[in-house]
Design a protein around this ligand. Sequence first.
Ligand code: DOR
Length: 432
Amino acid sequence: MKRLLIKGGRVLDTQTKTDGVLDILVENGIIVKIEENIPSENTEVIDARNLWVLPGLVDMHAHLREPGFEYKETIESGTKAAAAGGFTTIACMPNTNPVIDNAFLVEYIFSKIQKEGFVKVKPIGAVSKDLKGEVLAEIGDMIQAGAVAFSDDGHPISDTSLMKKAMEYASMWDKVIISHCEEPTLSRGGFMNEGKKSTILGMQAIPEIAEDIMVARDLILAQYTGCKVHIAHVSTKGSVEMIRQAKAKGVRVTCEVTPHHFSLTQEVEDGWNAQTKVNPPLRTKEDVEAILKGLQDGTIDAIATDHAPHHRDEKILEYALAPSGISGLETALPLAMTNLVKNNILTPLQLVEKMSFHPAKILDLDVGTLQIGKCADITIINPDKKEIVDKNEFYSKGKNTPFHGMELYGKVFYTIVEGKIVKNIETIQRGE
Ligand code: DOR
């Protein structure tokens, strides 16, 4: 029998409201005991004194680029990056080539994960065939094959009738639609937030209302259809407020924010360095303040990376031509620790809620909690260790980050998937 004892760490679990110094005993990948002073005979031991022991982090929004864009990322490199970042489960978006819009592609992703994955991966299927926003994809077939949610992320669904149909269809299985909210006739051709700064820099811009209008539409559709809708990468104060009101009315809506949208404002944009180019664009101080409030009061359910790796040669193009996106799996936890927990925006238990418990719940996955009988997906971090972000040390192929050189708190010491240590302080390995 394979046994692992995690000794003396601060165990934090949102679902059971645990926050205390405890030991955790794992046998054959399952948590069998959580209590003080478990004896350590015949057991591999991790000394977790002064460390935090969390349910494995869950990222509900990552782009793994496979199949089709292996020069940006692969399942192997992306899941290594996930393990390095403390994630034990990630969900991958379907904007690949071919698009993940049928059961065969979902099965293909599962077979690759089994061979090459370092952490668990759950495929998200496309809402529309080939992400064209014209015809519904094979949602039912993809559910049978194991798709956990549906999204045309990266592409807004501007055909309201198609979105309504998608919601009606997904609600038959009680599956969630993840919506990339962008009104394309307002955002087309733009690449930074519309305002004084975009005018000064002479940049084509995307107004906040491009997001707000689509959020409003999708909240109305969610209320009408009864479908579970999750708003991806919320970036405006208007969206936060509308989602708050919709929740109060009982609409089945959840939402996420990315670490870059709670950490940065448009003030970091200089008009030439495309490391800050992202969709939706970075917004204003007022938007970030609304996001922080939304995180605190529970309007914003989850923190998701929107890990969007791109090749160096693409990102060094001039601003207008470079693709949008930030490689986020390896900086998400340090950004949340530094900007949210150390700044007293979130408590440690709220951090666990937003980075593990809620994303698991939204996708209906049986992970995101530390409890006896549950699988031992566990992340162990040193909350006080500061480190300078070095993109050259990323396991992701995507070195595109605006956070290179920043000093951040919170270092992942161990990532444990079903009782197997896939990352320890020095190395990453596949848990065979
Ligand atoms: O910045 C982004 N990049 N936002 C998205 O919605 C898609 C993503 C990508 O796929 O590169």
